[in-house]
Design a protein around this ligand. Structure first.
Ligand SMILES: [Zn+2]
Length: 358
């Protein structure tokens, strides 16, 4: 943990120092062009170049360490990421651009070669170009950390197939909750089936918790099989009565699939669980949590919205309509094989109690 943070800081520090160094080198060289009689400008350029060199070594060393030791994410995650490949390509361009200035400046240092105005001008321009490229790399790195550009190739994802695997996934979730910022995991491939197995139930039971605070699921009644639409369809969800404005928490870790608005459901959130086998749906929301988007990564317990009565809910009876469906491909978030959330929530509550009693 400490190593991880120290490496991330050193990597960032190297980037800042390098940026300042190469910028200073460019500035000093342009001064030298304007005042060729002043030898101090070239000396300042060499100082900038030294810092640029030190920073580059530190940057490469910390970067390789993080990549190969997998201190942040697995090596396969990096290799599969568009953003990572872009970052590496830009880095290679910066490196290739540096070869000629590096050898030329080395000869200036050893006084084997007097700085020629033509070379000074070229290295000045190269320095500024490198400066811009390093700035772009920093932007790409920030995007990467925010989870953009992930998954060019679907990497080996942790598909949980047993109860013990499910517990591991809970531990991973707990881990990601304790370590802000959120660890972005690669998205598992679609399961291709929406039939529910015992493993699926074990998995979702270990993943889920009540979306509303201070409500004991054992006190709720299932409304899963209730008729809706004048008897034309089944409810296939759980209604949890709660005052307007009560925070709605993500019942599982995963990601938002779609913020949707419909005549019946009002403001809705469709979200995938972390195994991407289930779609969790929250309806009749009064409003969304600020900054929630169609691609927000979710940790369990994160506030996603607030209880309301949008859609066809009675204004006098604000409630959360909570539905869970097994899904062959969560891309089709509105399809899926509905399962009753209530027994799952009750089992999850009992399991959590058992763990806390140990
Ligand atoms: Zn309902």
């Amino acid at each position: 943990m400490i190593t991880r943070l120290a490496l991330a800081w050193l990597h960032l520090l190297a980037l800042v120092v390098g940026l300042a160094g190469v910028w200073a080198r460019g500035r000093a060289l342009s001064d030298s062009l304007r005042h060729p009689e002043d030898p101090r400008a070239i000396r300042r350029a060499l100082v900038g170049d030294t810092w640029w060199g030190i920073a580059a070594l530190a940057w490469i060393a910390t970067g390789l360490w993080r990549l190969l030791a997998g201190t942040e994410k697995s090596t396969s995650y990096y290799v599969a990421s568009h953003a990572f490949l872009l970052k590496m390509s830009l880095f290679l361009v910066v490196f290739a651009l540096e070869i000629w200035p590096m050898t030329t400046l080395m000869r200036w240092r050893r006084k084997k070669l007097q700085p020629e105005p033509r070379d000074v001008g070229r290295i000045e321009i190269i320095s500024y170009v490198q400066c811009a490229l390093v700035a772009i790399i920093a932007l790409v790195a920030v995007s990467m950390a925010r989870g953009y550009g992930a998954g060019a190739v679907a990497p080996a994802a942790p598909v949980v197939t047993s109860a013990s695997g499910a517990i591991d996934s809970v531990l991973r979730v707990a881990d990601s909750v304790s370590q802000a910022p959120v660890v972005v995991r690669a998205t598992p491939p679609p399961s291709g089936t929406d039939s529910v197995t015992a493993d699926d139930i074990a998995l979702i039971t270990h993943e889920m918790a009540m979306p509303l605070d201070s409500i004991d699921p054992t006190t709720l009644h299932s409304s899963f099989d209730d008729a809706r639409g004048g008897g034309t369809r089944a409810h296939h969800a759980l209604d949890i009565m709660s005052p307007r404005g009560t925070p709605v928490h993500s019942a599982a870790a995963g990601r938002v699939l779609k913020l949707f608005k419909s005549v019946d459901g009002g403001l809705m959130v469709y979200a995938a669980d972390s195994s991407e086998r289930f779609v969790l749906m929250y309806a009749h929301l009064d409003r969304y949590a600020p900054a929630l988007t169609d691609s927000t990564r979710l940790v369990r317990g994160q506030v996603i919205g607030f209880v309301g009565s949008t859609g066809n809910a009675s204004p006098n009876a604000p409630h959360l309509h909570f539905a869970v469906a097994r899904n062959a491909d969560v891309k089709h978030w509105s399809r899926g094989n509905p399962i009753d959330p209530l027994p799952v929530l009750v089992a999850a509550r009992l399991a959590a109690r058992t763990i806390s009693l140990r």
